[in-house]
Design a binder for this molecule. Structure first.
Ligand code: NAD
Length: 710
């Protein structure tokens, strides 16, 4: 028989319900049952004068049991009934809060009569981040305690507030420097001794003067403006119920609203991403006891767009950085951009001037490769050119100290070739940051054929220290993200040659009803640089990797030849008025010319649905091939790449999850239809075997793994 995570203990006359469910004391079904049993034992023992709730370890209950939401007959009723019974006790019930009281944890604390917390405590109701709403009366108790304005803000953003704010708002009753259990027991004894009138949140009303004029209408309207997040609407309706209805009716409203979002595709997608992120750093085949290498000083070669952003990323995380450039002019320009970026952050009030000085002070610019000799990790971020990369790899192989890790930030090139050029391939891997590198969360870690396990494990761990989410990719053109983006860009360009405008192509995938990408393909490439995009196609061509299709990505190369690099030159797919994209007549003329040259018929009947399907099916099909090829370990890793690196909307869960929610049978049929209508001479629309297998077996792409990966 397994031991319950909850025990009822005695501390003098006070009963202590003690929760010990590592790592974060989540409300598993066993924990809820333990609480119910413990409360019964308390009720049965009249010798106790009060009850304290306390958690073992680093935190109070930091959330519900997210996996249990997937159980088909999941019900919040047992826990909610427990909370009602807890709050209904006639003897004082005190919560001893420390760490982070989140979700069900804060709901538990709010059902107690008094909340004492440590100064470092933070509290929040982050359910919205999973496409959910608090389902255990959080939407009803929080507005009653903290007022509806702060409650709505906390629940709609999912943000935590610190102990001081929570005390001032009435969410906490007391902050104590004492150990939480000691403080809570002392408070419980005092409340019992003085015959304190118990304060039950459910018995409070939201004071009318805490509801600003027009607040309720605005709350509903603001949520309605973001229909892609139905949880926002459900939170808004629940808060309105808390302000206008008795507790029991508010409880019914919350329950209805909770059930309404629990099975929504948005919540399915967001819960999938929650687990996907936690799975991504599990690397198959890596020995558990692998020795990590120490990383204290970081070197970066190239102070361009990426090198500068990477230098900031490490400097922000406290690492000393040596930044090497080829010429003094490039070095000065690179450092100037870094400084300007920091100054902009200071001007926005998001960084203190002293902190900026500290961060800048960590970056040492130099023209000498010898200065890299003391670095534990060196990341190369020079132009995307194989010959140059190999030349620099050889220099790094010689100058870096034994045991130092050498990484390349290449977007598409063969990491194994670069690794070989160092003469120490075991020390080498790809660290593919995304632009702007100090902002985007994704880090694709490219595992070369020779990469030592310790090198891979070190960099995966390091990713967490610099605030990135890391996904491992094998070596292939473009790795996971850019290889899929290549298929997606291919279709975007064909659509432009066939007669769609950049605004139509972008609009189809940016529309929140259809998909909701932060940026469609044309805007994205205009921002990233058409020169950068064209060079990757040119390099792929040099390596013999292009399909035998003379019309393949001719447009990006033609734009490049004409110096239309996108935002940086004021024109690309669009022309720019500041940052505002406007139609570029030169592009239309170019598309007409290229279509004629390649025998592509232009038409005026291209619909947003066709655009969406061609872009997304191309991307999904390539994703399935990437899995089958063993380049990505898991479908869920692919979804992290796209949501953390490419602005794919979280409420769609990434392209693999998107495909699952379309129905894989529909995706396969759609690709077959495109093969028939667009032609399949170059294999663009040959359905990936994995997709066929999953569609037949009823499997899911987001749960699929590469061969041999469990
Ligand atoms: P960039 O042109 O902005 O910067 C490249 C820098 O490398 C320049 O400042 C150049 O002076 C410097 N350089 C060239 N030769 C050098 C040498 N021998 N020693 C030291 N420095 C040298 O290019 P970028 O956009 O920063 O791209 C750099 C790398 O990052 C490329 O491999 C690119 O594919 C990759 N990348 C780019 C992006 C993006 O969106 N721009 C995203 C991810 C990865």
């Amino acid at each position: 028989m397994s031991l319950s995570p909850v025990t009822l203990r005695r501390d003098g006359t006070v009963a202590v319900l003690h929760i010990d469910n590592p790592p974060v004391n989540a409300l598993s079904p066993a924990t809820v049952q333990g609480l119910i049993d413990g409360l019964k034992a308390f009720e049965a023992d009249a010798s106790f004068t009060a009850l304290v709730l306390h958690c073992e370890g680093r935190t109070f209950v930091a959330g519900g049991d997210i996996a249990s939401f997937d159980i088909p007959d999941f019900s919040a009723t047992p826990f909610n009934s427990f909370l009602a019974r807890l709050e209904g006790q006639a003897r004082p019930v005190v919560a001893a809060v420390h760490g982070t009281a989140l979700g069900g944890g804060l709901e538990l604390a709010m059902a107690c009569h008094w909340r004492v917390a440590t100064p470092s405590t933070r509290v929040g109701l982050p359910e919205v981040k999973l496409g959910l709403i608090p389902g255990s009366l959080g939407t009803q108790r929080l507005p009653r305690l903290a007022g509806p304005v702060l409650a709505l803000d906390m629940m709609s953003s999912g943000r935590m507030v610190d102990a001081k704010t929570a005390l001032a708002a009435g969410i906490l009753d007391e902050i104590s420097e004492l150990p939480p259990l000691q403080a809570a027991v002392a408070r419980a004894q005092a409340l019992a001794a003085e015959g304190w009138t118990l304060r039950r949140a459910s018995a409070l009303a939201v004071p009318a003067d805490k509801i600003p004029d027009g607040f309720l209408d605005r709350t509903i309207a603001d949520a309605a403006a973001k229909p892609q997040y139905p949880a926002l609407g459900a939170i808004a309706r629940s808060v309105v119920a808390a302000c206008t209805l008795p507790f029991a009716e508010g409880e019914r409203a919350e329950s209805e609203n909770f059930m309404g979002v629990l099975r929504s595709p948005q919540s399915v997608a967001m819960r999938h991403l929650f687990f996907a992120e936690r799975t991504a750093n599990k690397i198959p085949g890596l020995p558990r006891d692998v020795t990590l290498r120490e990383v204290q000083r970081v070197g970066i070669v190239g102070a361009g767009t990426m090198g500068g952003g990477i230098a900031m990323t490490f400097a922000n995380a406290g690492f000393p950085v040596t930044l090497v450039e080829a010429t003094d002019a490039a070095l000065q320009r690179g450092v100037g951009i870094i400084r300007a970026n920091y100054e902009a952050t200071v001007a926005k009030g998001k960084l203190k001037p002293e902190a900026m000085a500290e961060r800048l002070g960590r970056i040492t610019p130099t023209l000498s490769y010898d200065d890299l000799a003391g670095c534990d990790l060196v990341i190369e971020a020079v132009f995307e050119n194989m010959d140059l990369k190999k030349e620099i790899a050889a220099r790094l192989g010689a100058v870096c100290k034994p045991g130092a890790i050498i990484a390349t930030n290449t977007s598409t090139l063969d990491v194994d070739q670069i690794a070989a050029a160092t003469g120490r391939a075991a020390d080498v891997l790809g660290m593919h940051f995304f632009s702007p590198a100090h902002v985007m969360r994704l880090l694709e870690v490219v595992r070369g054929a020779q990469t030592a396990p310790g090198v891979l494990a070190t960099v995966m761990k390091l990713a967490g220290r610099i605030g990135k989410v890391a996904v491992v990719s094998g070596v292939c053109y473009g790795f996971i993200g850019n290889r899929m983006a290549e298929a997606y860009m291919r279709e975007a360009e064909f659509l432009l040659l066939e007669g769609a405008t950049p605004a139509q192509v972008d609009g189809a995938v940016e529309s929140t009803e259809r998909l909701g990408l932060a940026m469609g393909p044309c805007r994205m490439l205009d921002m990233a640089g058409i020169d950068v995009g064209a060079k990757t196609v040119i390099e792929l061509d040099k390596s013999g990797g292009l399909p035998a299709d003379p019309s393949y990505r001719v447009l990006v190369r033609a734009l490049f030849e004409r110096g239309l690099f996108g935002q940086k030159t004021g024109a690309g797919y669009y022309r720019y008025d500041g940052r505002k994209p406007l139609p570029n007549p030169d592009v239309e003329a170019l598309c007409i010319e290229l279509a004629a040259r390649h025998g592509i018929t232009r038409r005026s009947d291209i619909t947003p649905d066709e655009i969406l399907q061609r872009l997304m099916f191309a991307m999904v099909n390539e994703g399935a091939r990437i899995l089958d090829d063993g380049i990505a370990y898991r479908g869920s890793d692919i979804d992290i790449v796209w949501t953390a690196g490419y602005g794919f909307p979280d409420h769609r869960g990434g392209p693999m999850c998107w495909a699952d929610l379309q129905g894989l049978g529909n995706v396969v049929a759609g690709i077959e239809r495109l093969a028939a209508t667009c032609g399949n001479a170059h294999g663009y629309w040959t359905v990936s075997p994995l997709l066929v297998r999953l569609a037949q077996s009823g499997g899911k792409l987001r749960e699929a793994t590469a061969p041999g990966v469990k």
